[in-house]
Write a protein that binds this ligand. Structure first.
Ligand code: BDR
Ligand code: CA
Length: 323
């Protein structure tokens, strides 16, 4: 039976890639999409989520709009340099015809998890604000969720906003600390594994034989240019699709366990500080905290092959081919 997920997202070029990857994969059933600020403001994230679902031929999947700002700090700014002002690399999908679910994302998440105990994995690929708000609204979701598999953080490498912080955690460090320490099973796909999976121009060109692949090729132009200009790389990092790859085939990744605390103030704000050692002379802020599954290694060629196989169409759901 397919794994039910709630996809929490700020689309976002790699968010779009991840959503289309999930929709093309029979192992996964996307039962709802919730939106959050981050790469774009939340209303644009909602617009993009609706447009992507219609493009993929899945307007039946509900979209619930979420938080417009972090729990305790101010929203820095949308990542227009990375994803363009429209969030999708200046590629414009038709205006969506569906409307969002009337419930706020946190309520949508809490109600879905309570309705289907043990069945839903939360799959956030943006700032963790909606997930933290859902926990505050309905703490019993900790026992009822099947797990949380998230893109964010950096356990053993530098961040990508600054040396300390990865972007999703940077946007709402307080929410991230809540989510990592709630006591539910969390798996973290951080920069440790998302930056080592690299897509280059030839890889994107090889996706163009399906409408989904043609769309991904189109949005990748802006993303590649960002990686070229800022990092001097001829490849894109594969952040958000990593969550979907893990859900389809966890054997792609090696995982180690230990508690994570998030730094919420000072120069290292947004740092995901992982206790990899576990044994200390004195109790500390990590003592008795839940162990997070931290992905440290990935079989990149196999992950890239899986993504390509799904995008070029073997398991593709119905979709339109104009955008
Ligand atoms: C994360 O930040 C966003 O720019 C991407 O969509 C991804 O979720 C990578 O740090
Ligand atoms: Ca994202």
């Amino acid at each position: 039976m397919a794994q039910k997920i709630l996809f929490d997202t700020d689309p976002g070029i790699d968010d779009a890639m991840a959503l289309l990857f999930a929709l093309a994969s029979p192992e996964i059933e996307v039962i709802g999409v919730t939106t959050v600020f981050g790469n774009v403001h939340t209303d644009l994230a909602t617009h993009n989520a609706l447009a992507l679902l219609e493009f993929a031929g899945r307007p039946d999947i509900p979209v619930a709009q979420g938080a417009t700002r972090p729990l305790h700090i101010t929203f820095d700014e949308p990542a227009t340099l990375v994803h363009a002002a429209n969030g999708l690399g200046e590629v414009f999908l038709p205006k969506p015809t569906a409307s969002p679910d009337p419930r706020p994302a946190a309520q949508f998440i809490a109600e879905a998890v309570m309705r289907l105990p043990g069945e839903i994995i939360l799959a956030p690929v943006g700032p963790l604000t909606n997930i933290a708000l859902a926990l505050m609204l309905e703490p019993r979701i900790v026992e009822r969720v099947a797990g949380v598999v998230l893109m964010g953080g950096a356990a053993t490498v530098n961040g990508n906003v600054n040396p300390a912080a990865e972007a999703n955690i940077w946007h709402d460090p307080h929410a991230a600390d809540i989510v990592f320490n709630a006591g539910w099973p969390v798996t973290m796909l951080g920069l440790d594994v998302t930056m080592t999976v690299q897509m280059d121009d030839a890889y994107f060109a090889g996706l163009r034989s399906s409408p989904t692949g043609e769309f991904i090729y189109a949005i990748s132009r802006f993303y590649l240019e960002f990686h070229r200009q800022v990092y001097g790389l001829d490849v894109c990092h594969t952040h958000d699709p990593s969550v979907i790859a893990y859900l389809i085939d966890p054997t792609l990744y090696t995982v180690e366990y230990g508690p994570i605390r998030v730094v919420t103030e000072g120069i290292a704000t947004g740092l995901t500080l992982w206790d990899r050692r576990g044994k200390w002379r004195r109790p500390n802020a990590w003592t008795d905290r839940p162990a997070v599954g931290v992905c440290l290694g990935v079989d990149a060629p196999r992950m890239l092959a899986l993504f390509r196989e799904r995008i070029i169409g073997r398991h593709r759901s119905e979709q339109s081919d104009d955008f």
